[in-house]
Design a protein around this ligand. Structure first.
Ligand code: CDP
Length: 793
């Protein structure tokens, strides 16, 4: 195995290596769903509701139907005749495909026009006349719970309010008892605002129903192609082998492309109705208004502690705004996702949390945007609370954390809410981050600046633990589908291999890293391993890519299937060498993988020679089939728990509220790193995301439920101007239960960084008596926090 730092050579296994897929991406030769063009293809466009809450009185589509070039207009009434007006969501709710009775958020889908070209479809959408009776909208999540609040989901039988679920974790009595006798308690309300993953590629689909074969092919940028196929089968009543879901190259998913959106179903119905392929592509505003909202957690945290800073208990109450339909993609038993890990990285005696989910007149929300099911919210809460406590005790936030972190000898560690953290050395990671940042020097500079009235220095710390790699299947399923992943490995006679996996990359580099896993296990160079994903006709069943689960689950499946191949290769090699299989030993060197007779390295066969022999007329032992191919299904025994220590340094100008991120130190531990270069890229992206959420992003609504951020003029993406040059460090604590010791990393930085940035800004504001302000910390919000009147714009 070579560890190359330039990324220009190919290691035989783990190490830096340029991404194989970049050969097509940097040449502009990727195939995204909008690149799919089929003969005779029609185009769809959606009519959306201008109201957040209104009864539909009438829909007159006659002018649109008569418009030249229009081939079909599909309304809720059309879908009702096919029993398709409502579809199941991933959280066992139902969602309107096209509204029939009421519209429940601004931008909701009301009708679908299919035409010869996209412009005609859009023009015809304008000709549909819908009569609405506006109703009082429910925009505020707390208001949704009022007894006199309008009932949004009157389609659900017996529904008298907007309450969706109550969920709790931990020991209430034990926690309350500790609070009663604690020396110090602090409480803080905070909002994790509604944000949007805003991928560069919006959502879309091409549906092609072949009336002759009865086969439906759907191209769409889904993160979970197999789950989509099963859902389409259940909804449409088509057998699964008659449905092929192809997820081509994806321009960013971040959790927002897990669910099924009404546009996908409309494209399918459009193709069935017209007998021609139909493409539907969202534009930017549609994407920002109607698909993939995240967070929207209204939280109250409380800590009980001793006066010298030992944290004893944590208590949390959350109102979760799920929008008009509960469409979150959480494992069934976890309606609040993995929020239960809210005690974070600290050894706390007792904890209790309650989460109440509510409907509001907003688009369905709660997607796991670059995090493992609500862990971002959980980490933000606990990391803000630690700083609030530090403020109360006038303690150093780094020392307070160090004092309460879970010690290395406590692993595997069971949290007070029942999560088993697999491995970690938290103090080591925090010490490294503080050393890299030059913490003491920064504090000295801060003290110096506090003597003047110019820009103030803020130093923010966050320590996060993620829980990634869902299953195990006995605890985790989505709509009854257990969260396990398949892998299939074929080795051709010349020793080249094809790996087929059920996960689907949205830019994370799986075609490279998964080939590297095969290379490490079999000594076949990564360039000789092709990774096939994203096509249900070509890949084994599995639950897909989100919550950083690809490496923990599909990556493990890859290692296991390669080991199966290796064991087959041992038997074939034994026959070739006329030796007993037990007398052979395996080695991987720079030249490749090899089985040889123990103690006699020269007497062996390379994996390529063995592959050829497995396909030849070589006499194999009784019961040994030919070929080397293998399949497996990996059911993870536990989640993996990556972690990290982040230090953010900001300068805040108290006269303008302007925040500048001066430095950001990120020490990540994701166990064994397959490709450190890709890992660093994942972390860079996540850190930028965190800066965006902390300082710039908010999906705001006015009191009528009008969406105020449907373009990139309003919803700001962080650029190089807002981001410092990231300073990365690492520790490596392998996962004890993962076959190669890897933990996921794709979302770590998005999870850990917002709290570090917010803590830094509030640290700068500490002399002004500001203890908390909600994200995004725009200049206006910082300025008004300084003056004691928080704005929310
Ligand atoms: O599920 P998703 O791909 O989003 O997240 P992930 O499993 O954390 O992987 C993100 C990328 O980083 C993939 O290409 C991984 O194989 C790579 N990775 C790695 O090289 N080493 C790790 N320990 C974890 C991830």
């Amino acid at each position: 195995m070579t560890q190359d730092t330039s990324g220009t050579t190919t290691p035989m296994g783990f190490g830096r290596m340029h991404r194989k897929e970049d050969a097509r991406f940097i040449r502009g030769r990727g195939t995204y769903v909008d690149d799919v063009r089929l003969p005779g293809m029609l185009h769809g466009a959606i009519l959306r509701s201008p109201h957040a809450h209104a009864r539909i009185l009438s829909v007159d589509a006659s002018a649109a139907e008569a418009y030249p070039g229009v081939r079909a207009v599909i309304t809720g009434a059309t879908l009702e005749t096919l029993n398709l007006a409502w579809m199941p969501t991933l959280s066992a709710d139902v969602q309107a495909v096209l509204a029939t009775d009421k519209v429940r958020f601004q931008g909701q889908e009301v009708a679908f026009v299919v035409a010869e070209d996209p412009y005609t479809a859009r023009d015809a959408v304008e000709l549909i006349d819908v009569g609405y009776e506006p109703l009082e909208p429910v925009v505020d999540a707390r208001r949704a719970l009022d007894a006199d609040a309008p009932v949004i989901r009157d389609d659900l039988e017996g529904r008298t309010g907007n309450h969706i679920f109550d969920w709790e974790a931990g020991d209430r009595a034990q926690t309350d008892a500790i609070f009663e006798r604690a020396e110090v308690t602090v409480a803080q309300d905070m909002l994790y605002p509604r944000v949007h993953p805003a991928p560069l590629e919006t959502c879309g689909a091409v549906a092609d129903f072949d009336k002759v074969t009865g086969k439906l092919t759907v191209w769409c940028p889904t993160q979970a192609p197999h789950a989509h196929r099963t859902l389409y089968a259940l909804v449409a009543g088509l057998p699964e082998h008659k449905i092929r879901v192809i997820s081509p190259d994806i321009g960013g998913g971040f959790g927002g492309k897990v669910g099924i959106y009404p546009g996908y179903v409309c494209a399918i119905v459009g193709s069935i109705v017209t007998g021609r392929p139909v493409k539907w592509m969202e534009d930017r505003s549609e994407n920002l208004m109607s698909t993939a909202f995240a967070r929207d957690y209204h939280m109250r945290g409380e800590i009980a502690a001793t006066r010298d800073g030992r944290i004893l208990a944590l208590r949390v109450k959350v109102v979760a705004d799920h929008g008009a339909f509960n469409g979150t993609a959480q494992p069934t038993k976890f309606p609040a996702g993995f929020f239960g890990v809210f005690t974070g990285s600290y050894d706390i005696e007792a904890a209790h949390c309650e989460v109440t989910g509510v409907y509001t007149n907003k688009a369905p929300g709660g997607v796991a945007y670059a995090c493992s099911f609500r862990i971002t919210e959980a980490v933000y809460l606990v990391e803000r609370m630690i700083d609030v406590l530090a403020c109360e005790l006038d303690a150093d936030p780094a020392e307070l954390r160090m004092r309460n972190l879970i010690r290395p000898e406590r692993f595997p560690y069971t949290s007070p809410t029942g999560w088993e953290y697999d491995s970690g050395d938290y103090p080591r990671a925090l010490r490294l981050a503080l050393d890299m940042a030059g913490y003491d020097k920064l504090r000295a500079e801060q003290a110096e600046r506090r003597r003047g009235d110019g820009p103030q220095l803020g130093i923010g710390i966050s320590f996060f633990t993620e829980a990634v790699g869902a299953g195990p299947r006995r605890h985790m399923d989505i709509l009854g589908l257990g969260m396990a992943d398949g892998a299939e490995l074929r080795v051709h006679p010349t020793g080249k291999a094809v790996l087929r996996v059920s996960c689907q990359s949205q830019g994370q580099g799986h075609e490279t890293t998964f080939a590297q896993i095969v290379a490490a296990e079999l000594g076949i160079p990564p360039d000789d391993v092709e990774v096939v994903h994203g096509d249900t006709d070509q890949t084994p069943f599995g639950l897909g890519t989100y919550g950083s689960r690809s490496t923990p689950v599909s990556g493990a499946a890859t290692a296991i299937v390669a080991r199966k191949v290796r064991e087959r290769a041992r038997l074939v090699a034994a026959a070739m060498l006329e030796a007993s299989p037990q007398d052979l030993e395996w080695s991987v060197s720079e030249t490749g993988g090899r089985w040889s007779v123990q103690g006699s390295a020269g007497h062996g066969r390379s994996i390529q020679e063995i592959a050829m022999a497995a396909h030849s007329n070589l006499e194999l032992p009784e019961g040994v089939e030919g070929h080397l191919d293998a399949v497996t299904v990996y059911n993870p025994p536990n989640l993996t728990y990556p972690f990290g220590a982040y230090v953010c340094v900001v300068e805040v100008d108290p006269r303008t509220g302007q925040v500048k991120v001066r430095r950001f130190v990120a020490v990540d531990d994701c166990g064994v790193r397959i490709n450190p270069m890709i890992v660093e890229g994942q972390i860079h992206g996540g850190l930028a995301d965190g800066v965006g959420m902390a300082l710039m992003q908010l999906m705001a609504f006015d009191e009528d439920g009008n969406h105020l951020g449907a373009s990139f003029m309003d919803y700001l993406l962080p650029t190089a101007l807002e981001c410092p040059s990231w300073e990365l460090g690492e520790t490596v604590t392998p996962s004890p239960h993962h076959p190669i010791g890897a933990k996921g990393v794709g979302e770590s930085a998005t999870v850990g960084s917002p709290a570090a940035v917010v803590n830094a800004v509030l640290d700068a504001l500490r002399p002004y008596g500001v203890r908390h302000a909600d994200m995004p910390l725009t200049p206006a919000n910082v300025w008004s926090a300084l003056r004691g009147s928080p704005l929310r714009t």
